[in-house]
Design a protein around this ligand. Structure first.
Ligand code: SF4
Length: 562
């Protein structure tokens, strides 16, 4: 029995007020007013403040009227009055504001599968590079299937970028990623050197063969169109196959973050039904607890049911993702101090932080320093435009790889099987945030990127270390809670300041959240994850657009680059 339960049993055996009013024993604390209740005596289902106030009022009235209450009787009466006056909203409140878009979109169970979620592609941003590159690659593939007579009318291809893609796309290399996709380069397999070369030679032309026709394309075909307007999504783009000044074929696309993309009239692909349907953390945890499963096991069962893949296929994909995460950390650590691309002229620092962490003089800093160095390393790779893994986005792509490295390449040396558990547990949190809030900095600010990455990473650690479903939830909740309100203000539109160091903080906070969650009585954790995700959605909705990846405010506005 937990201490909490023992408090409840104590209340059950208390005497009634009438039976005890004349008991003089603990009537007074210091000769005037009765003492306030101990924190541990506050009933868990009653609002703390109401209970303390009622308790104090009863005590004061007793002093004035000469009545005497035992502490237990006073607490019982206060509990009754507080419950009647101010019922506490349910602790696991999952009700979302009905006017939120995210709520309208979130009807039904989570249907996201792991291969849609963890994506490998070029940095620095899942919404501004991986998403646009997947979009133009999709458009390229569609064009390859067009009838010959339609292709015969075409003279070129153009891509128009709108909204946030237009405002900050230059800093993200959106035009290079878009052109590479249009040229038939697949995001997960593109050679980063191809993109580096594109950057080094911005005037270069490239040939694209579609059917019998060959087109000449260059970065000039990717157009930074208007950034202001009433777009269906802040990251909107239109891909066109043109014939002279007319459009032969075009499609409007959206890049909502995490490397996901949709187009006008999009209908989700047919999928199987989840074995354990859930739309909230409460429902997910209930499945786990009722069936005596871990969160990772529930997610795996759903993956099999929804995607139709076998467990072996899913494990193979998870191993690929974990290895890619380790590779980004190693690649970043291998680069000695260098200047990252862009006008900030930011020095990379992962290797230096790593080196110093090896020095025994700084032994006390070692754990935090190593974790930070790994996060910086993967995030700096993202800034270089090299391959990263969305977990959940490019900007936050340093957070989870640091955790994977920390759990596998150190004394802990967790086996592959535990890493798979971690990736599944982490994905569960990302799915929920996508389902009930957003993963896009352009929609919800940085709380939706680094905040979600940190929450996913806390759940990763908990899942990999075989924590219970409730501890896993608490760890994720804590990590997310302490990123709420965080704005997105990338300086000069580059995913570097504050993004790179923010990944290090996200990783450290994830570990802290896991440690707190495993050191508390799980049932006493006061905030449930669904409430925090709702707060993420509400805060994102209320946040000024200046703070949503537009580089119009915050550090982006105040930092003077010399
Ligand atoms: S500030 Fe955060 S949300 Fe914005 S680009 Fe950087 S990492 Fe992404």
């Amino acid at each position: 029995m937990t201490k909490e339960n023992s408090v409840h049993s104590k209340h059950k055996t208390m005497s009634t007020p009438n039976e005890t009013m004349s008991t003089p024993a603990a009537a007074k604390h210091d000769g005037s007013f009765p003492a306030l209740p101990e924190e541990s005596a506050i009933p868990s289902k009653i609002d703390r403040r109401s209970f303390i106030m009622r308790n104090a009022v009863i005590g004061a009235a007793a002093v004035m009227t000469g009545c005497v209450w035992t502490p237990e009787a006073r607490a019982q009466q206060a509990e009754k009055e507080a419950a009647a006056r101010s019922p506490l909203p349910p602790l696991d409140s999952t009700s979302m504001s009905q006017d939120l878009d995210v709520v309208k979109r979130s009807n039904g169970p989570v249907m996201t599968v792991i291969e849609e979620f963890y994506k490998v592609g070029p940095g620095p941003s899942s919404s501004h590079t991986i998403g646009p590159m997947r979009i133009t690659y999709d458009f390229y593939q569609r064009c390859t299937k067009l009838p010959a007579e339609q292709l015969a009318q075409a003279t070129g291809l153009k891509v128009h970028l709108f909204g946030s893609l237009s405002a900050t796309g230059k800093g993200h290399g959106t035009e290079r990623a878009s052109l590479a996709g249009l040229l038939g380069k697949e995001p997960a397999t593109v050679d980063p050197l191809f993109l580096d070369e594109m950057k080094a030679k911005p005037d270069q032309s490239y040939s694209l063969k579609l059917g019998d026709k060959t087109f000449t394309l260059s970065l000039a075909d990717i157009i930074y169109d208007t950034s202001k307007g009433d777009f269906p999504h802040p990251n909107t783009m239109i891909c066109k196959l043109i014939g002279g000044d007319k459009s032969v074929y075009e499609l409007e696309y959206y890049s909502p973050g995490g490397g996901f993309y949709e187009w006008k009239g999009y209908t989700p692909p047919k999928k199987g039904q989840p074995k354990y349907p859930y739309g909230t953390m409460k429902e997910l945890r209930q499945h786990a607890e009722k069936n005596n499963l871990s969160i990772a096991q529930v997610i795996l069962a759903n993956e099999i049911a929804v995607s139709g893949k076998t467990e072996e296929q899913i494990n193979a994909f998870l191993d690929k993702i974990a290895n890619a995460m380790l590779a980004t950390v190693k690649a970043g650590l291998a680069v000695k101090e260098s200047v990252l691309p862009g006008p900030i002229e930011l020095q990379s620092k992962a290797a230096t932080v790593w080196q110093r962490a090896q020095d025994d003089k700084y032994e006390a800093d070692r754990a935090v320093a190593l974790l930070s160095a790994c996060a910086l390393a993967a995030s700096e790779e993202n800034a270089r435009g090299h391959l990263v893994i969305t977990a959940p986005t490019g900007g936050s792509a340093g957070v989870m790889p640091a955790i994977v490295y920390g759990l596998t390449q150190t004394k802990r040396a967790l086996p592959q099987e535990k890493v798979r558990q971690g990736l599944l547990g982490g994905a569960a949190i990302g799915y929920l945030c996508k389902h009930n809030a957003t993963l896009s900095g352009a929609e919800g600010g940085c709380q939706s990127e680094i905040g979600v990455a940190s929450a996913m990473s806390a759940a990763f650690i908990a899942s990999a270390m075989d924590a219970s479903p409730l501890v896993t939830e608490n760890a994720a909740e804590s990590a997310l809670e302490h990123h709420l309100g965080m704005t997105c203000d990338p300086v000069a539109g580059y995913v570097q300041v504050p993004c790179i160091e923010r990944c290090a903080f996200g990783a450290v906070k994830a570990w802290t959240a896991y440690m707190i969650a495993t050191n508390e009585i799980a049932s006493r954790h006061r905030v449930d994850l669904d409430t925090t995700i709702k707060t993420l959605a509400d805060t994102g909705k209320d946040m000024s657009t200046k703070y949503k990846e537009t580089s119009e405010a915050g550090l982006a506005a105040n930092l003077v680059l010399c």
